[in-house]
Design a protein around this ligand. Structure first.
Ligand code: SF4
Ligand code: SF4
Length: 388
């Protein structure tokens, strides 16, 4: 019975008839904007994955440009942050981190490079696994290299508040999404007219957090979930708001997201972290975009517990191909993977040149995995446009 109910709930958000009706509505409202292209940005790797996996780009109106922005926490972890982790590992400190972080290069080396030299690096799926590792070897320091947005930072905060083992430290490279939307909006070349916000991040922050952004930047934000119907419905609402020049926040994921969000999680997040300005890889300095441990947690903070010798890494030159990587422009929404000469040639998932090809949430990796971007211009007709 429970299985049947779960199946029905799943189908409810993948129902082809409802999807077709939403696609027709999307074509209609996009045409009603009366100029093209209409450009909107989503800031979540899971949205791009769902769009690619369900082939949604093939049914989007050709005049609607759905751009993936800086939505992958691996891609935007900046060179100096990776350098700190690499330097610690080279100094003989045992590290634990997510698998994708191993392949991301710092200014010259990646964690995988130093692992090959003999550094001890454990791959974990969550900070709780790092806690378990630290408990097993209490006499050995273990640093958890913590990456990810506010959704993951909440888990890090909960562990820090929950009496972690004394040999565990945290090297925080956590990022906070709302400020980067402001940066993208203010970029002189930006074409972005509205944002699709990540539903699961909003379960924590609440949709109300976007009100200040909308008031200041006069661009609509729609919070959307990750099933095909969630994304299509979110896009229809977003293009309606663009069409009506209505800078508002709309919550199209009400089954999970409230205006206030999860207050307990927010409390934990801000008790442990403070926002500071810092660079996001390839994008810019983002005021309040980085999350660092507050002074009161200095005892868990790897930056304060260890002398990190990053200068020793600067003698190693980065590979020449790295200079050609355009990840920064892709994450800022002003280029796509097809604009990169290395995409699918020198840069492949198994031999990634740039960060966007490393992570399963990176734009280049997703486009490569799902056959790239469909060449819509090559199709003779736009089947949904005729029925709109
Ligand atoms: S961490 Fe979550 S919200 Fe952020 S990009 Fe990944 S899936 Fe999306
Ligand atoms: S294809 Fe590779 S080199 Fe080109 S932008 Fe993407 S990650 Fe960088």
């Amino acid at each position: 019975m429970a299985d049947a109910h779960a199946a029905l709930t799943r189908l409810q958000f993948r129902d082809p008839e409802r999807a077709a009706a939403l696609v027709r509505a999307l074509h209609r409202v996009t045409a009603e904007v009366r100029r093209e292209p209409v450009a909107i940005m989503h800031v979540c790797g899971s949205h791009e994955q769902a769009i690619a996996r369900f082939g949604l780009r093939a049914v989007f109106p050709r005049s609607l440009d759905v751009i993936m922005g800086p939505g992958c926490p691996v891609c935007i972890t900046d060179l100096p942050e990776v350098d700190e982790a690499v330097a610690l590992a080279r100094q003989g400190i045992r590290l634990a981190t997510y698998a994708d972080m191993l392949k991301v290069r710092g200014s010259a080396l990646s964690l995988a490079d130093v692992q090959a030299e003999g550094a001890r690096i454990d791959v974990v799926y969550s900070i709780t696994q790092a806690v378990a590792l630290a408990r097993k070897t209490p006499s050995e320091p273990l640093v958890f290299f913590a990456t990810g947005f506010e959704t993951t930072a909440v888990a890090t905060a909960a562990v820090i508040l929950g009496d972690p083992p004394p040999n565990l430290s945290v090297l925080s490279a956590h990022k906070y999404i709302p400020p980067v939307m402001a940066i993208v909006s203010e970029m002189p070349d930006t074409r972005v007219e509205g944002f699709l916000a990540a539903g699961h991040a909003a379960t924590i922050t609440g949709w109300g957090i976007y009100e200040a952004f909308v008031a200041r930047h006069r661009k609509p934000v729609v919070v959307a979930g990750f099933e095909p119907l969630d994304i299509l419905a979110g896009l229809v609402r977003l293009v309606e708001l663009v069409r009506d020049a209505a800078p508002e926040v709309a919550n199209m994921y009400p089954r999970c997201v409230t205006k206030e969000g999860n207050l307990q999680a927010q409390q934990q997040l801000w008790r442990v972290f403070r926002p500071i300005g810092g660079r996001w890889r390839g994008i810019a300095h983002v005021p309040n975009g980085n999350l660092r441990l507050r002074d009161e947690w200095a005892g868990v903070d790897a930056r304060r517990r260890f002398e990190i010798d990053v200068a020793s890494l600067w003698d190693t030159a980065p590979p020449a191909l790295v200079q050609q990587c355009i990840c920064g422009d892709i994450m800022a929404g002003i280029a796509s993977p097809r604009d990169c000469a290395l995409f699918g040639r020198e840069c492949l998932p198994d031999s990634a040149v740039g960060a966007c090809m490393v992570s399963s949430e990176g734009t280049c990796r997703i486009w490569h995995q799902y056959g790239g971007h469909p060449d819509l211009a090559a199709l003779p007709v736009d089947p949904y446009a005729r029925r709109a």
